[in-house]
Design a protein around this ligand. Structure first.
Ligand SMILES: [Zn+2]
Length: 160
């Protein structure tokens, strides 16, 4: 569900989405081509007709949240698994701090290979530019857009 401003608000069930559409509180933005009733395509993205104010909630910078943001995938070689470490893009010994922009998930092999160097020096490319997730909704959206799921959501979400 998008706010009137097109920012993602929450993830809701299609039943609730249809209720909001029928009540005229929301408009359909995307559907996936499947129909529940002959003339009613199943909504996958709806937008509220009125603006809802959302209080800003800071997401704690934790190992778990960084791994979650990076989909438990090494940001250098795409290895996916449990044995992941956190890599400081600019090494700590060289002034790199703990931040959303400087920490990424990395497999042990890549972390050791990169060592005390920057990605450029080590000639290792980051898959994506790490960003701060804007809300805990970010994580839910990541989960719901794995593989080929809900691909039509992605254009409404920054940094996915
Ligand atoms: Zn790796």
């Amino acid at each position: 569900m998008l706010n009137a401003s097109y920012e993602p608000l929450n993830i809701t069930s299609w039943r609730r989405a249809i209720v909001l559409l029928l009540k005229g509180k929301a408009e359909q933005v995307e559907h996936n081509g499947r129909y529940i009733y002959a003339e009613f395509p199943l909504p996958t993205v709806i937008r509220l007709r009125y603006y809802v104010r959302v209080p800003y909630k800071e997401i704690p910078l934790t190992r778990r949240n960084i791994l979650e943001r990076d989909r438990h995938t090494c940001q250098y070689c795409s290895y996916k698994g449990e044995q992941l470490t956190l890599d400081h893009i600019v090494p700590r010994s060289r002034g790199g701090g703990d931040s959303w922009e400087n920490l990424v998930a990395a497999c042990v092999r890549c972390n050791v290979k990169k060592g005390n160097r920057t990605p450029r020096e080590a000639n290792m490319r980051l898959r994506t530019q790490p960003r701060k997730p804007y809300s805990s909704l970010h994580f839910d959206i990541v989960k719901h857009t794995q593989g080929n799921l809900n691909q039509e959501w992605k254009k409404y979400v920054i940094g996915i």
